[in-house]
Design a protein around this ligand. Structure first.
Ligand code: G3I
Length: 302
């Protein structure tokens, strides 16, 4: 196959990208994205600050823009994200305790009602674990509402839309030996054993010199999948875009039957959140990079 999406489809997987509503007027961007990908994650448009800028007043205009573009191009959509310590609107940042807990529940219900039956996945909870090597939770206003906030979010989400797959999503959980990975693994194991509704785990996979790709990523994907969840690579970018590393990541997903697909976090290097870096598959002029070819070849060989 000659596109990433078609090549991934040969093994029943998707190949996605983050899409920014603000770039949909750029025809070079939409031409590449429309041709290559089969899954879309709105880069910022379905986050809490975008969808509920004032408490109780929902705004889906930017989220719908991305959603509609994706559907018009035959793509599915991954919602991102319902409960997160970051990109909270000001009103939410100032809440705590039971008021914040109820606001989280109301937010999940409000956003999921709007997209009910329309999305393939939701990142219900994003980045809830700490980077301090403890393997524990990240301190945040949500965490301070009680350790059960994550399971409450998932139970609320399941009730709001039983048709969408519910995911936990995080970064720096790719290395099996990292405490953060173990912390998330133990949470998912606990959720599965107690019947907390969770369907998938997203591995963001923002690899850089400080948090490099490790070949035990495949082990991580296998071990999580063995808990009975789907796994996916959800925000892939690699500092410097090593073609070898991109191929390794692709092969890791292909090696795990429950790895349902992979998503890169932007189309061209110039679209990346990592300004000054060149971590993606297309250069700023929209040309395919060596990393693109290595991913495509890996998908076609797999
Ligand atoms: O839209 C405003 C614009 O009006 C304003 O003038 C400008 C000035 O700062 O900011 C614009 O908003 C920015 C937004 O991106 C849209 O470009 C925000 O400041 C900026 O913080 C925001 O960054 C996003 C970041 O998440 C925020 O946490 C990145 O685009 C987005 O790629 C990044 O994505 C995250 C995932 O959601 C979660 N995992 C990590 C990943 C990378 O950080």
């Amino acid at each position: 196959a000659s596109t990433l999406g078609a090549a991934a489809a040969q093994s029943g997987r998707y190949f996605g990208t983050a899409i920014a509503a603000g770039r949909l007027g750029d025809s070079a961007y939409t031409t590449i994205a429309g041709r290559e990908f089969t899954m879309v994650t709105p880069e910022n448009e379905m986050k809490i600050d975008a969808t509920e800028p004032q408490q109780g007043q929902f705004n889906f205009s930017a989220g719908d823009q991305v959603y509609n573009w994706a559907v018009q191009h035959g793509m599915r959509v991954r919602g991102h994200t319902l409960a997160w310590h970051s990109q909270q609107p000001g009103w939410m940042q100032s809440l705590s305790g039971s008021a914040l807990r109820q606001a989280m529940i109301n937010h999940i219900n409000g956003v999921m009602a709007h997209y009910k039956g329309k999305l393939a996945y939701w990142d219900v909870v994003n980045e809830a674990f700490a980077d301090d090597g403890s393997g524990g939770r990240r301190d945040s206003n949500l965490q301070r509402t009680g350790n059960d906030w994550i399971e409450v979010a998932f139970r609320t989400a399941r009730a709001a839309d039983p048709s969408v797959k519910l995911c936990y999503n995080d970064y720096n959980i790719e290395n099996w030996n990292a405490a953060k990975t173990q912390g998330v693994y133990n949470m998912v194991k606990d959720f599965k054993s107690r019947g907390v509704p969770i369907d998938c785990v997203g591995f963001q996979s923002h690899f850089n010199s400080g948090d490099p790709y490790n070949s035990n990523f495949r082990t991580t994907l296998q071990n999580f999948a063995a808990l009975g969840v789907d796994v996916a690579i959800t925000e892939l970018d690699i500092q410097g875009a090593s073609a070898t590393t991109y191929a390794n990541v692709t092969n890791d997903c292909l090696a795990v039957s429950r790895c349902v697909g992979m998503t890169v976090w932007g189309v061209r290097d110039s679209d990346s959140w990592r300004s000054g870096d060149t971590p993606l598959l297309f250069d700023g002029n929209g040309n395919k990079k060596a990393a693109y070819t290595s991913v495509l070849n890996a998908l076609n060989a797999g």
